[in-house]
Design a protein around this ligand. Structure first.
Ligand code: PFF
Length: 481
């Protein structure tokens, strides 16, 4: 069993990358962050970051995967050897594996909430319920470790089974059904929102750009969201890139992934806010927007149980196609490095991540306070794990941009990108300077959330160190240009 195979079709990488990118980030996180941060202005910054930073790093990460044709860890080991660079760059692979493991642990718990709501919608138990009942229902869900664990377990097993079946039978065929179904259902919900909600108010809210509405916090949230939503800096895209056909165009594919991902977020935003404004609800609900506010809208509308059920199935499909991309890089590594079979590798990753997920489960109830995490970091285990990934992802993106920008030769990049000198120069300028600077900005800003100054200082040193490493270890190659 080899993991070094190639997707069956030239276009499958696009499908897989879109599957990875489109997830809870688009349907749940994007609308609530937009709602909290004043609408249009947030979207403007988000879109600018996607195009100036997201796409160049997306190209860089895919390039590293396709160039090495191995899992991120083994692939980076190969690249450091063939490019005569320090083995420290292998940390890109390890950091990615660590983030994948951490993200999967809580992503699965949150996706599990969608199982709960799918069930509640389809059985009609929320039909006609008032706001208070629905809010209390959400609180009751969070208060139950048993329910949360059940849903978390179901979700992670489903994701694991798909990856265990391999990239062709499992991931490819799964995506081929899931992605188109997802778009159809999303359009259906949008159609319903247009017909029955307040589409005009939603469009005004999302597309009236008043930059003065945006706080510094909002700027940073918009940039952070653009990394999370494109699945950058984690090795997920690198692992999928390793299976990408050599003929497929990198640049065009990256632009298409970013375009589809952004389009899905926009359509989700329009659909959700049409329903929210139509029901006279407030957009700035925070994380509860999808899981509390939408069921309220669904409870009031005719056919709400059906539309709501379909909507939460869509959320589940999007979350599964993202979570399989979190399992794949680690599983592929275990297969390559330890000669495990694919099912063994997937089981190892999934069981470990499932166990860690239990920490997230109890963070909402029995250990909502008073744990060692609160004592040491002033936050619950879940918030701490999420914070770690918020640091690891931009750091991974930064290192990927630096490695691709400085270590790969002109010829290698041109072979991958097959583009004009002008586009090459623009891309290289973006990954060498613009993307690292932007990431450093987000990175540094995300850290002071931990109180005190020690960690920001360490963060600054790490970033300066990364730049220094880029220059020092890669000097041979930068001279070739
Ligand atoms: N991009 C996914 C989303 O928007 O939900 C989340 C994600 C998936 C992040 C895979 C990172 C990753 F590697």
């Amino acid at each position: 069993m080899s993991t070094h195979n190639v997707w069956t079709h030239k276009g499958t990488f696009l499908l897989a990358a879109v599957g990875s990118a489109v997830g809870l980030g688009n349907l749940w996180r994007f609308p609530y962050l937009t709602g909290e941060n004043g609408g249009g202005a947030f979207i403007l910054v988000y879109a600018l970051t996607i195009f100036a930073v997201g796409i160049p790093i997306l190209i860089a990460e895919t390039m590293l995967g396709r160039n090495s044709r191995q899992s991120p860890i083994m692939g980076m080991r190969y690249l450091t050897r063939t490019h005569n660079t320090s083995r420290a760059w292998e940390s890109i692979g390890w950091l990615g594996a660590a983030s994948a493991f951490l993200i999967l642990s809580f992503y699965s718990v949150i996706a599990g909430w969608a199982i709960h709501y799918t069930w509640q919608m389809l059985t009609g138990s929320l039909s006609g319920a008032d706001a208070e009942t629905i809010g209390a229902g959400f609180d009751a869900l969070l208060a139950s470790p048993a329910l949360l664990t059940l849903y978390h377990t179901l979700f992670i097993i489903a994701s694991g089974l798909i990856v265990a079946m391999g990239i062709h039978r499992g991931i490819e065929s799964g995506l081929r059904i899931m992605m188109p179904a997802l778009f159809v259902i999303l359009l259906l919900v949008l159609g319903y929102g247009v017909a029955n909600g307040d589409f005009g108010a939603a469009a005004r809210f999302l597309f009236t750009f008043n930059i003065a509405d945006l706080s510094l916090e909002g700027w940073l949230a918009a940039m952070g969201q653009s990394f999370f939503t494109l699945s950058l800096g984690m090795g997920a895209i690198m692992a999928y890139g390793a299976y990408m056909s050599s003929e497929a165009s990198l640049t065009r594919t990256a632009v298409a992934v970013a375009f589809v991902d952004t389009a899905v977020a926009m359509v989700a935003g329009l659909a959700i806010f049409s329903l929210v404004f139509g029901a006279g609800l407030s957009p700035g609900q925070g994380p509860g927007l999808m899981f509390v506010t939408l069921p309220m809208a669904f409870a009031e509308m005719p056919l709400g149980a059906l539309i709501g059920g379909v909507f939460f199935i869509l959320v589940l499909g999007a979350a599964i196609s993202s979570s399989i991309s979190l399992i794949e890089p680690v599983a592929a590594f275990l297969v390559e490095r330890f000669d495990l079979t694919r099912p063994q590798a997937v089981t190892t990753m999934v069981v470990a991540s499932w166990a860690l997920g239990l920490l997230t489960v109890v963070s909402f109830n029995i250990y909502a306070e008073g744990t060692i995490f609160h004592a040491l970091f002033g936050r619950s285990a879940f918030d701490f794990i999420e914070l770690l990934t918020n640091i690891f992802m931009p750091l991974g993106g930064l290192l990927i941009a630096l490695f691709a920008g400085w270590a790969l030769t002109h010829a290698e990049v041109m072979k991958e990108m097959r583009t004009s000198e002008t586009w090459f120069s623009i891309w290289r300028f973006l990954v060498r300077f613009v993307a690292p600077a932007a990431v450093a900005f987000v990175f540094l800003r995300s850290i002071p959330q931990i109180e005190g100054y020690l960690i920001p200082t360490i963060g600054a040193l790490v970033i300066v160190g990364a730049f220094a490493a880029g220059r020092t270890f890669l000097i041979d190659h930068s001279q070739e240009q």
